[in-house]
Design a protein around this ligand. Structure first.
Ligand SMILES: Cc1cc2nc3c(=O)[nH]c(=O)nc-3n(C[C@H](O)[C@H](O)[C@H](O)COP(=O)(O)OP(=O)(O)OC[C@H]3O[C@@H](n4cnc5c(N)ncnc54)[C@H](O)[C@@H]3O)c2cc1C
Length: 441
């Protein structure tokens, strides 16, 4: 994983006092497990999901510590779109100024045809979106987002170099054990440990993520190299046979992020991410519109990611342990909602714990976790399947189905038109809203 230095620098406050030197005893004492007082939570994983959850829980008076396996907080050198539903949560956590400083607000989604660049759909973002949903849509460098989150986490709350190796739910508390010999006991444990989650495996058994048949080249290009293209401040998605290409500005407009998705039948490399060749990326987009090719040509280096996902889960929690983010709902990035849903998870988890019922004066953590998953599973699962469907829709070969799709897009009948995204963008994850179709017992 290519960590980005900006993330490291700005995350220093969270890191400085929270390395392995904080030690298991410090963590155990701070967690206050099993004693009267606030609920204590351990979060495994210090990614976008884990840090958002930590801040959300802290703001609700819950004792939180984050355990991250890496020696420094870091994110891949790539972009992430933060839609209004996620921006609502982040603004509520006090990040509005930082997002405004480092993020870019696009004026529109612009979906275009791969060869001639014809507009297939153009949906307004910026002012109309903010007026309707109350919060902006940001395009961000992932390291800027992680740094903004880390900058709000008080010192001593993030324990680096803590790789979870096992957990035991004792009924009245959960014990988490780490590779460095540390262990902690908490009232609840949250697995925010990504698509290869160990917490998920401990809860529900081993099951491998599935290769989706897609891989993505990602790159960041200094914006001044692309001046001649006169790029609009839009999020552009170019759709063509068997592949698509996305680009947008990040880092206050200084960089253009691109994601170039191709289909391939297998992924044979051991790693999920690898340095890619610019020449291979260009070859994969041979014959595409000159703007697409010019952006790829301008990049110094590119990385290629295998895209994996998993089927929706029926449960995210067992006893005092639960999951959030990619640990429970990894999805193809074709709705740009993976991180947004992880952000929502943290907010809803905090709201459920704040309203945690008590039995004989003892917080019924398991009941709060049940409420959390009931609120979250229908929504996240729906987005998981919509994201998978977009693979087919984005990648249609030219022909009758593609013409039908284009006609539907022109009529505003697809899932990125303004009306169609309303249910995603208007959602307030900071209050518990069980979906009407939540059927979990
Ligand atoms: C090409 C691409 C483009 C995307 N674009 C968007 C977008 O525009 N908008 C959007 O909302 N989403 C997007 N996503 C999805 C988004 O990146 C993910 O959904 C999101 O980053 C998941 O965050 P997370 O915190 O759940 O997991 P992760 O970011 O994977 O974090 C997990 C953390 O847990 C740590 N960890 C793992 N195991 C252990 C262990 N045993 N002990 C301790 N720590 C551990 C890891 O080191 C890591 O820090 C995109 C994804 C891809 C691949």
């Amino acid at each position: 994983m290519a960590a980005h230095d900006a993330g490291r620098d700005a995350a220093h406050d969270a890191r400085r006092d929270a390395g392995p030197d904080a030690g298991p005893d410090a963590a155990r004492d701070a967690a206050g497990a099993g004693r009267a007082g606030p609920i204590s939570a351990g979060i495994v994983g210090g990614g976008i999901g884990g840090l958002t959850a930590a801040l959300s829980l802290l703001r609700r008076g819950i004792e939180v510590h984050v355990y991250e396996q890496a020696q420094a907080l870091g994110e891949v050198g790539a972009g992430v779109q933060v839609s209004p539903n996620a921006a609502r949560v982040l603004h509520g956590l006090g990040l509005a100024d930082e997002l405004a400083r480092t993020g870019v607000k696009p004026v529109a989604w612009h979906q275009r045809r791969w060869d001639d660049g014809r507009t297939l759909l153009r949906s307004p973002l910026a002012e109309p979106l903010e007026a309707t949903f109350g919060f902006p849509h940001y395009q961000m460098h992932r390291a800027d987002l992680l740094a903004a989150l880390a900058g709000e986490v008080p010192a001593g709350r993030v324990h680096l170099g803590h790789r979870l190796t096992g957990l035991t739910d004792h009924g009245d508390r959960v014990e988490a054990r780490f590779a460095n010999g540390a262990s902690v006991e908490v009232d609840l444990l949250v697995g925010a440990d990504g698509i290869r989650s160990l917490v998920r495996e401990e809860l529900f058994g081993p099951e491998h993520p599935r290769f989706t048949g897609c891989a993505a080249y990602r790159g960041l290009v200094p914006a001044e190299r692309l001046n001649a293209l006169g790029l609009e401040v839009t999020s552009q998605v170019w759709m063509g046979p068997g592949r698509h290409f996305v680009h947008y500005f990040v880092s206050g407009g200084r960089l253009v992020n691109f994601v170039a998705v191709i289909e391939q039948s297998t992924w044979t490399r051991e790693s999920w991410t690898d340095r890619g060749s610019v020449a291979d990326a260009l070859a994969a987009f041979a014959g595409w519109h000159p703007q697409v090719r010019a952006i790829i040509e301008a990049v110094d280096e590119t990385f290629i990611w295998a895209l994996f996902d998993r089927a929706p889960l029926e449960r995210w929690s067992a006893g005092r342990v639960t999951l959030l983010g990619d640990a429970c709902h990894p999805m193809l990035p074709f709705m740009a909602q993976g991180a947004a849903q992880a952000i929502e998870d943290g907010a809803t988890l905090a709201a459920c714990l704040a309203a945690c019922p008590s039995v004989a004066g003892v917080p019924d953590v398991a009941a709060a976790l049940r409420r959390y998953e009931m609120a979250r599973i229908p929504r996240a699962s729906r987005l998981q399947s919509m994201s998978a469907t977009n693979k087919t829709r984005f990648h249609l070969p030219d022909g009758s189905e593609q013409r039908e799709r284009d006609a539907r897009m022109a009529a505003g009948a697809t899932d990125w038109s303004f009306d169609a995204v309303a249910w995603i963008y208007e959602h307030d994850a900071t209050v518990v809203q069980p979906e009407p179709d939540a059927t979990l017992a």
